[in-house]
Design a protein around this ligand. Sequence first.
Ligand SMILES: Cc1cc2nc3c(=O)[nH]c(=O)nc-3n(C[C@H](O)[C@H](O)[C@H](O)COP(=O)(O)O)c2cc1C
Length: 367
Amino acid sequence: MNEGNFVTPFAQRFQMRVPVVQAPMAGGATTPAMVAAVSNAGGLGFLAGAALTPEKIASEVAAIRALTDRPFGVNLFVLDPASPDDATVRRALDAIDPLRADLGLPPGRALERYAPDFRAQLETLIELRVPVAGFTFGLLPAADVERLHANGQYVIGTATHVAEGLAWRDAGADAIAAQGAAAGAHRGTFIGPFEDALVDTMVLVPQLADATGLPVLAAGGIMDGRGIVAALALGAQAAMMGTAFLTCRESAIPEVWKTRVRGMSDTSTTVTRAITGRHARGIRNPLMQRLSETADNIAPYPVQNALTQELRQNAGRAQNGDYLSLWAGQGAPLGRSRAEGLGAAELMAQLEQEWLAAAERVAAFTR
Ligand SMILES: Cc1cc2nc3c(=O)[nH]c(=O)nc-3n(C[C@H](O)[C@H](O)[C@H](O)COP(=O)(O)O)c2cc1C
């Protein structure tokens, strides 16, 4: 492709030679090194800011800026402050404590805080003038979208079905991250039951593009150049890829998680709220299984998430994959043929070659 010749308006807007957005992934995957490597390789890197304090977001953004002059994004969860009643916390801990005991941890306790303060995180994104601000789990009020716009920031809202896409459009979003059912980790669903919102990427992307008229980023199950071309053919302006980057060298998740992702089949994952209180797709393991058996005890997100966190962190340090949340998308096996420990820049270079070759193959049919 010629310099200055971009495949979609979204790619042009961010001078992306490769129409790939590296999806934000909370839990340690999207380090500043990964975000910068992807942006430097002609894509758009995205930091997961949701689990970080405002101070940590600021230091991570500074680290990204030290590594790249190119645009990048930061993603947050739109959350109200959690103030669970004692009974909810007690019930959740009754189910979690036996698992803690397995790892030699004392019984858990109620916490002072269950998640970083969303409003403070948002102020930090505004202060730092992060070029692209992305949101999931909820809808940002139009007044906040306006503030981001007035500050020169681009706003991406996550939708898992058309009504959510229209809500983001009405709030003033610039683009929609279309999260299909194959996607790894938490569902962004914020309108209606999650079961109704497991819409396949294949049907979600064109419906969101038609309904909203906004640039749509296709997320869920895209692992290689074929997927990128398919996403573009469906009307997406870029592919948003998470699981493909999860096993990269720069991803700071525990090695055992990477090993399990590389060993997956297409049916290894399921969607559960047992671990965090919000539906998320991950590889089945004893943690998921045992917390699912006590479904009545599960506290809503972010309470359950915070109450299982110490347990999961300990498991991570011990490389114990049985007690970790092994978030991953259904497309993971498509990444198995790539070299282990591949750098994000190398993955981007492979994706660039692959999508151009796949597009050429499709074009050849018409000649
Ligand atoms: C480990 C992991 C963590 C994730 N964390 C976030 C997050 O913090 N914010 C977000 O908007 N999406 C998050 N996602 C979802 C991605 O943004 C995206 O929708 C998904 O990865 C796309 O599907 P794929 O995994 O099949 O590529 C996460 C995905 C994974 C695999």
